[in-house]
Design a binder for this molecule. Structure first.
Ligand code: TXA
Ligand code: MG
Length: 316
């Protein structure tokens, strides 16, 4: 069920139920962080392993301070520049955050989302919200209320329109004086580095991957997906299949013998491409194709974030 009525959503959350939460990145499946039963039902509803920790969403820095033991100096600097926004920080938790939320880690993931509807909801609640993306485990992340409703029709989803970023938040951690990049996301590595200097890259793609819950297979459509710089070359090797191709900027004239061609960003703007990525995958996923071929994005800025998601979607 989709609603714009904040009072229904508040009531459901107070009763310990889950709701669909709009954010600027993707929609979340949200619950009261202090209600263990509600938190537990996130894992069962998504069919998500409990070893995969959850992000806590708050409305203000004061609420962050109530959940953590320490707030490193570089975290303050990042917060000043990027909160509210699509940046998740891994911080040492205090005892009010249960191990269920953090998969028994002594650190908790926190962010202040930059979405007016999410912020007004969070401001009206006297508890923060835990929210993983609102998709069943391994499936494509939702960027509209309708995507969430198709996955979870029996829960109330708060309609906040299509997500403006379209890919998940960037995740960073802290070690001594270093900032560690743990997941590529809606804020590119380059933009973060312009504010805090060099990051240590420990994303799943790097050789130092150590993040709990960074599963290699993720974001998957129902059919096979291939990501390549040369979609037509791949296509030439495939016969008798219903194929859809997702292009970065434009459709080459040779690409007429496929079921469907979609384009992410005619202007080449990577932010526009990111905004459209999951939505385009949802559209292709619903077409009953045998194969989806996606043109790999340039390996820079948000292109790295999208390639990360696509490589996971392509993992069998
Ligand atoms: O943009 C986003 O981050 C969205 C929206 C809803 O806020 N949420 C999201 O959540 O992407 P999810 O659950 O799909 O991904 C959260 C990831 C986990 O898979 C894990 O890798 C990391 O965040 N994470 C969460 N808590 C952590 C912790 N305590 N330590 C290390 N990594 C953690
Ligand atoms: Mg997710």
């Amino acid at each position: 069920m989709i609603t714009k009525d904040l009072s229904i959503i508040r009531e459901k959350l107070k009763q310990g139920e889950l709701i669909g939460l709009p954010t600027e990145t993707v929609y979340g499946l949200a619950a009261n962080v202090f209600n263990s039963k509600a938190v537990a039902s996130i894992f069962t509803t998504k069919n998500r392993p409990t070893t995969n920790p959850l992000i806590v969403h708050v409305a203000s820095i004061n609420q962050v301070r109530a959940l953590v033991k320490r707030f490193p100096e570089k975290a303050s600097l990042l917060a000043k520049h990027f909160w509210p926004g699509p940046l998740t920080m891994i911080l040492p938790k205090n005892q009010v955050v249960s191990g269920l939320v953090t998969a028994d880690n002594d650190h908790v993931a926190i962010r202040i989302p930059n979405h007016p509807t999410a912020l007004s909801l969070l401001n009206q609640l006297d508890f923060p919200l835990v929210a993983p993306s609102a998709n069943p485990f391994n499936r494509i992340s939702p960027t509209t209320a309708e995507h969430v409703d198709a996955y979870f029709p029996s829960i109330y989803t708060l309609d906040g329109g299509p997500c403006s970023s379209g890919v998940e938040s960037t995740i960073v951690g802290f070690e001594d004086d270093e900032v560690i990049l743990l997941r590529h996301g809606a804020i590119s590595m380059e933009i973060l580095e312009s504010q805090v200097g060099r990051l240590l890259n420990r994303t799943a793609a790097s050789e130092h991957a150590s993040l709990p819950g960074q599963h290699k297979k993720h974001y998957s459509p129902n059919c096979q997906l291939i990501v390549t710089y040369e979609p037509l070359f791949m296509l030439s090797a495939i016969k008798h299949k219903k194929v859809g191709i997702l292009w970065y900027q434009s459709v080459p004239i040779e690409s007429i013998y496929v079921e469907v061609n979609l384009v992410l960003a005619p202007s080449g703007d990577l932010a526009e491409a990111a905004q459209n990525l999951f939505s385009a995958l949802h559209t292709l996923d619903k077409m009953g194709l045998d194969l989806i071929i996606v043109e790999r994005l340039p390996a820079q800025g948000l292109g790295n974030t999208m390639n990360d998601r696509l490589d996971r979607a392509a993992t069998q």
